[in-house]
Unconditional design. Structure first.
Length: 356
């Protein structure tokens, strides 16, 4: 077993984030569970198979899902609930989600409502979900045209971070997660993890067949930052908003891409969104030449930096956030790696500062 951190809510331990060298080590943690049900993304059935083997016959049921944005719906949640019911899952059940953020959101939500709530655990299989989505207890589904409109915040009892499962991750998905890794270290840069992550991502270590040395430590360091933020602010009343660095712009970029039928991953949008956030910080005097620095670092790390859409065309989607929060958008403004501030601005004020 590797390192471990605890997510605490109101001073009480709510979930354990545990580093594993290989999935076989999961047996030592989950082996004593009376009723394990595995919900897995069919694209990573090999990880589910390794987990099931590690639990040597202790798994009562496994449910494959299509973990796509289109299927991130109540229908899929009900399908999981129905499968649990048919398999005889009791209130002692532990639902283990194996997959990326869509899978952990779906399975966590299903577990949170099944028989008024059973425990769940996450085995994130993408870099993005290891450093962000699988930690912190956000679960949910899309509803009508809105992303993540229905859901609850309930902490997973375990999040198992196994770097080995990333070895089959497509390069583009890996880079999508790299963007959230850098985001985390822009918020908290203890031990210069930001600079270390940029160097690792820029090196040719990622081109080899094995995962680069140091990746597992950086993933765990990012997970620890997130676990700390969530422990202090589980329901996003304040500090947790910092984790949305770059996301106001990113959501608008993703919205614009969908309208145009173009393919932009969440991480790519977050990368471009953080550059726009740095531009806004520079314009408001919160930072000095940060846009230039991040542009250089992110490009060096292989991430996209230039938003392909006119920034003015992003305003409408940003305005949608504004309506939800009484006229103001909670902008996260980076000062330098390791320090961000929160500032409420209207979209018009932000666009004015950006001279759009
Ligand atoms: N992905 C940001 C959060 O969990 O709060």
């Amino acid at each position: 077993m590797g390192k471990e951190i605890t997510v605490t809510i109101d001073g009480k331990a709510a979930g354990r984030v545990v580093g594993l060298d290989r999935m076989a080590d999961a047996g030592a943690l989950l082996g004593g569970e009376p009723e394990v049900f595995v919900v897995y993304d069919e694209n990573v059935s090999w990880v589910a198979a390794e987990l099931i083997a590690a639990l040597s016959g202790g798994v009562r049921g496994s449910i494959a899902i299509d973990a796509s944005e289109e299927e991130k719906s109540m229908d899929t949640v009900l399908l999981i609930c129905r499968s649990l019911l048919e398999a005889g899952a009791s209130r002692r059940a532990l639902v283990v989600a194996v997959g990326g953020g869509i899978t952990t959101d779906l399975a966590g939500f299903a577990a949170s409502i099944y028989k008024r709530g059973v425990r769940y655990a996450n085995v994130p299989t993408t870099l993005l979900s290891q450093v962000d989505a699988a930690i912190g207890g956000k679960t949910g589904v899309n509803f009508d045209a809105y992303k993540n409109m229905l859901g609850v915040i309930v902490q997973p009892v375990y999040t198992l971070l196994c770097a080995d499962v990333l070895r089959t991750l497509p390069r583009r998905d890996f880079l999508s997660g790299a963007s959230e890794l850098l985001k985390t270290f822009l918020i908290d840069n203890e031990d210069n993890h930001y600079e270390k992550a940029v160097r690792l991502l820029a090196s040719d270590a990622l081109d080899g067949p094995a995962l680069p040395d140091g990746l597992q430590d950086l993933v765990f360091a990012a997970a620890a930052v997130k676990a700390g933020v969530v422990s202090r602010d589980p329901f996003e009343a304040g500090e947790r908003r910092k984790l949305n660095l770059g996301h106001t712009f990113a959501h608008a970029i993703e919205h614009e891409a969908r309208l145009r039928g173009e393919d932009v991953t969440h991480g790519e949008a977050v990368s471009m969104g953080m550059i726009l956030a740095a531009r806004l910080s520079d314009a408001l005097g919160v930072s000095d030449s940060l846009e230039a620095r991040l542009t250089q670092d992110f490009a060096f790390a292989g991430l996209p930096v230039a938003c392909p859409y006119p920034t003015a065309s992003l305003a409408e989607a940003m305005d949608k956030d504004k309506k939800a929060e009484g006229g103001l958008v909670h902008f996260v403004l980076p000062e330098r790696p390791g320090s961000v501030i929160l500032r409420d601005l209207t979209v018009a004020e932000a666009l004015h500062a950006l001279k759009i």
